[in-house]
Design a protein around this ligand. Structure first.
Ligand SMILES: NC(=O)c1ccc[n+]([C@@H]2O[C@H](COP(=O)([O-])OP(=O)(O)OC[C@H]3O[C@@H](n4cnc5c(N)ncnc54)[C@H](OP(=O)(O)O)[C@@H]3O)[C@@H](O)[C@H]2O)c1
Length: 293
């Protein structure tokens, strides 16, 4: 199947392109400069489009950076799909995020939970979701929206890699009892899902949470990443104290805002309900070999 991929140079894109090629797809990468208007790529025999290009969560980036990369670039891609000359309409798969729901929740969230994004990132992705849904519905373009949990196992600078580095520089830790429940997504599981979804009418018009089937406890994740080292429990009020200094220290200490951002997230539960994903029968999606949450 001839598949156009935006964001092919990114962490997820590079892994997915490798998997697509292994599965026999003919991959056409659409580069950043090509997505920066005007788009003139020939779309004639493209059967599927993976739209990964975008700006990921970044506490320091201005709102305009998210609007430009996540909303406007999506609009340009949709215009290209609308203008295609071919009789065959490609299946568009849009890579969204669990952060469209917000940033915390005690119970796993289903796709029916009303989105209430708190970050600029989440807001821009939600806006892009709306754009995809509206244009595709109007123009008869088959689409799927994947709301991904944070991905690990990309072989790059992913969330577990960053946590491991933090543990090496400080020590392995969790906030409080570490009983916060969070969803994560193995890169391999994402590849399985994407290969199953591409060009498959069962997935058309569907918005779907994509995460490992198991919700993890942060203490189990920390022990997994810490190896033999002891995981320490930092009182949550200490973290709150550190973050309370953000308005002052954030302006002068490099990386302070980002650190606070990560600390605040570590202290919250936030997970996805994956019943809809399981109902799509994509095959086995293994979990980390750690305590069941
Ligand atoms: N990684 C995760 O855990 C995660 C979780 C949920 C959702 N997602 C979503 O999945 C997608 C891919 O994530 P990733 O981790 O692979 O991100 P990434 O490593 O930051 O890669 C982003 C890709 O998008 C391209 N890009 C960035 N800004 C662009 C712009 N303004 N116009 C056109 N292209 C632009 C980049 O091109 P250059 O190489 O030229 O910079 C790169 O190819 C993103 O949309 C992200 O929001 C990721």
């Amino acid at each position: 199947m001839k598949t156009l991929v935006t964001g092919a140079t990114g962490e997820l894109g590079s892994n997915l392109v490798a998997e697509l090629l292994r599965a026999g797809h003919d991959v056409v990468p659409l580069t950043r400069s090509a997505l920066a208007a005007p788009l003139t790529e020939p779309m004639d025999d493209i059967r599927a489009v993976l739209h990964l290009a975008g700006k990921k969560y970044d506490a320091r980036a201005p709102a305009e950076a998210f609007v430009s990369a996540n909303v406007e670039a999506t609009g340009r891609l949709l215009s290209l799909l609308e203008r295609r000359a071919s009789a065959v309409t490609p299946h568009l798969v849009f890579f969204s995020t669990m952060f469209v729901y917000g940033e915390r929740s005690e119970a796993p969230l289903t796709e029916d939970f009303p989105p209430s994004p708190r970050s600029q990132y989440g807001r821009s992705k939600r806006e892009a979701e709306r754009l995809v849904t509206d244009v595709c519905a109007r123009k008869g373009i088959p689409f799927t929206i994947l709301r991904l949990a944070t991905v690990y196992g990309t072989g790059g600078n992913d969330v577990f890699q960053r946590l491991s580095v933090a543990y090496r520089h400080v020590f392995p830790f969790v906030l409080g009892d570490g009983d916060q429940r969070r969803s994560f997504l193995a890169m391999d599981n994402l590849s399985t899902v994407v290969l199953s979804a591409l060009g498959n009418p069962r997935w058309y018009g569907v918005t779907i949470n994509v995460a490992d089937p198991q919700v993890y406890r942060m203490i189990d994740v920390a022990r997994h990443l810490a190896g033999n080292r002891r995981v320490r429990h930092i009182p949550a009020r200490w973290a709150r104290g550190v973050c309370a200094l953000r308005p002052v220290l954030g302006a002068v200490v490099p990386g302070y805002r980002t650190m606070c951002d990560h600390l605040e997230r570590l202290g919250e539960s936030f997970s996805l309900d994956t019943a809809r994903l399981r109902s799509m029968h994509v095959g086995p999606l293994p979990c980390l070999p750690i305590g069941r949450g």
